[in-house]
Design a protein around this ligand. Sequence first.
Ligand SMILES: Cc1cc2nc3c(=O)[nH]c(=O)nc-3n(C[C@H](O)[C@H](O)[C@H](O)COP(=O)(O)OP(=O)(O)OC[C@H]3O[C@@H](n4cnc5c(N)ncnc54)[C@H](O)[C@@H]3O)c2cc1C
Ligand code: SF4
Length: 501
Amino acid sequence: MSENHPDGYLKHKRDDIGKRDPRERTSDYEEIWSPEWDEQKLRDQGERCMDCGVPTCMGGCPIGNIIPDWNDLVYKDEWKEALDRLHATNNFPEFTGYTCPAPCENSCVLAYNDDPVTIKSIERAIVDKGWEEGWIKPEPPAHRTGYNVAVVGSGPAGLSAAQQLNRAGHGVTVFERDDRIGGLMMYGIPDFKFSKKQVERRVNQLRQEGVHFMICAEVGKHLSFERIREDYDAVCLAIGAQKHRDIPLEGRDLDGVHFAMDYLIKENRYQAGKKVDNHITARDKNVIVLGGGDTGADCVATAHRQGAKQVIQISINPRLPDQRPENNPWPEQPLVYKKTYAQEEGGTEEYSLNTNAFVDEDGDGKVDYLAGERVEWTYDEKGSRKDKKVLEELKLSADLVLIAIGFEGAENGPFEDTGLEFENGTFKTDEKMQTNLPGVFAAGDANMGQSLVVWAIGEGRDAAHHIDKYLQGETQLPASIKTVNGPDTASVDKRKIRINK
Ligand SMILES: Cc1cc2nc3c(=O)[nH]c(=O)nc-3n(C[C@H](O)[C@H](O)[C@H](O)COP(=O)(O)OP(=O)(O)OC[C@H]3O[C@@H](n4cnc5c(N)ncnc54)[C@H](O)[C@@H]3O)c2cc1C
Ligand code: SF4
């Protein structure tokens, strides 16, 4: 158990690991995060944790990481124990320690009227040290059960399900349609946000534990879903939710108007030295990114690195306030404006801007400008946009437009005639994450819609728990999501949590 250190936050100010200087980092594709961190500084930060009687931070963490325990172990210089405690709830703490938006920190008691504990930095430091010291090793199972499970999709959900099921002794094969393992961690999230070497290192660990990987193996195309069901005792569908949301406006087909994911994935492949057909570059271009979420931010940051002339990121919604509104108190996630890492690097943000058309002025087939209007919205009782008052018509120069307005659900085309049922764009599952077909489970974004890496890891762990129980009648695998989403919403339906990417 952790110890109480009630005055640590009075002794030390919050000081997280931080990022590299924006002027320096935009000239390369290395991670934006500071590569170095100081051990004593992190121990001081661990001391800021008060080990509150009710650890609201854990309520904020979707996988219920036992945050006060590892904060205390770091403070006491017991890093290996801290790593064990972290791995008890999270298979891949570096995935989250680098990319998580850290909802836990918003729920930290200190965040009520002070700066929260640097939970994410401490998580990253523990796992960085674990790799450096060679403490993270393959953990193959002591015995095999004789059951075989197919995991379809190799994002964080598929990988965490595979690792848990393999450690429980089942034979596990992961089928991935891409030529590299990792899902959005490999193709989607830019290299400078999460290095692909970090993904490969974990995949190697899983390989050494005995997990089999089949790449360029799209279920429904290269091999049939029915065949997989015949060959395996259970199936976990972890295919993500990457079906693009389009914006069917006049001029959508012009040259220079692309889906954000086509742009980001081609850039990932380009950085990996892979063959890329029609690489999209922002060099010397006026770039417009439609959409204010994470995907939009990643497009802005990529355009900076490619040498764009100007980058404008447009959101249809108004800018969030700088301070919490009264109806959004702690420990709810704060609905306030936060500059993204990409905007720290440059570019302009536009809010309450409605797009009407993409226009080719000179008739050469390429987009020249975006026709839009600055608006004021009114909302219905559910908070959805209802009517608009147009304040100003606008023309914004554009040579490259990137559409990042979210995702519609799982790419379920290959599964349409299989008897599987869908709901709100994802697989329909019961409380055990089982679809309407016996032995077929769904996890991650394919189950809950486009979300976060931490949710996907948790979903993979939960699916493994249910699959193990389905196969063996009982299970030792822990279900991860003990506290769902927030301290005040312990019984929330996680499928209702949709985060606009
Ligand atoms: C651009 C972008 C940036 C993001 N940034 C962040 C961030 O900073 N922090 C954060 O927490 N979250 C972020 N997210 C969200 C996060 O990446 C996802 O929530 C997470 O990756 C979901 O994991 P998953 O395993 O469910 O699915 P995915 O990571 O989408 O993986 C699904 C895999 O299934 C494969 N697949 C699909 N169909 C088939 C088939 N028929 N046969 C075989 N394989 C198939 C796909 O190729 C893919 O590899 C971001 C998302 C995007 C799009
Ligand atoms: S996984 Fe995310 S929410 Fe959970 S402790 Fe780490 S940074 Fe916080």
